[in-house]
Design a protein around this ligand. Sequence first.
Ligand SMILES: [Zn+2]
Length: 353
Amino acid sequence: MFAQSVTDYKRRGDRLVAHKMPMNKNGENGKKMLETTAVGSYPKPDYLVKARNAFGKGEIKEKELRELEKKATREWIKIQEDIGLDILVHGEMERGDMTTYFAEKLQGMGVSGLVRSYGNRYYRKPVVKGKLRRPKPMTVEMFKYAQSLTKKPVKGMLTGPYTMCDWSFNTYYPDRRAVVLAFAKLLHDEVADLEKAGAKYIQIDEPALSTRPDEVDLAVEAMKIVTKGIKAKTISHICYGDFKVMYPRVLDLAVDMLDLEFANSGYSNLNVFKTPKFTKGVSVGVLDIHSHRIESKEEVKRGIYKALEVFDPQQVFIDPDCGLKTRTVDEAIEKLKVMVEAVGEVKRELGIN
Ligand SMILES: [Zn+2]
């Protein structure tokens, strides 16, 4: 079965190498396939976790915290280069919650008191309580810093308008659509600023979409605004979604690529994407970020070959299922190493570079 797949894809791979990448807007020649990347977050080293707590208690100055965030970013860029990832992420050392980070930078937003999420977990939920405005770029400085450390592309990274709305309270706008579209307009400006700063890849995450597949139309409407006129390659990560409900409508999201989890569900969700044909690029998650266990190279390779039964190799990036921030630093590194080795072997077996 496995050997059969290899043979099939050698043949298919040869045929497909000559073709242009259909999703490519950047005028690249499309030779690159199965590029490796990561979804966004990495675990914070112990010294940064301590510094964030100390800063929360007013024990250290902001400047000190920012320096340690940069130090941790430098370390993650170096680690990714050493492992051999193709497209890097900055690792989100400066972010805690992916909506609160932006809520604290936007006018018209505040943060609630403690709210129960599930079980005994409590967190502070963002609140939209006035007209939303972006006084200045929110992610550009850290993007520029991370990109200055490497010749490899670093992704620009932000939380999408639908998720910003869904994970916030609203006490100002008349309805959810108005909130989502207000976020979309200011996030468009952020994406444009990232592009101006040199970002070749910009990821606009919509993890909330998985819990509200009935609102995919609203997310589609908003993403059109966010990416309008943008030439950088755009990606959207959707977390563990029920794609049986959302597919193929989700292909209308105005991004070049969707970034999806497959390892955690044992690749069973691949079936959903067989018909109709997947028309975008796809980042295929091959590492289960919920598990401490380090995947074997063989199981990651099997996963990649399964994905290549559904997607063409020039459509595909390979990455973990989701952000790695919940793993330990060592686990994250080991998992990424296995992933890059597995991709290298698959490419050799398929005769692609
Ligand atoms: Zn995710």
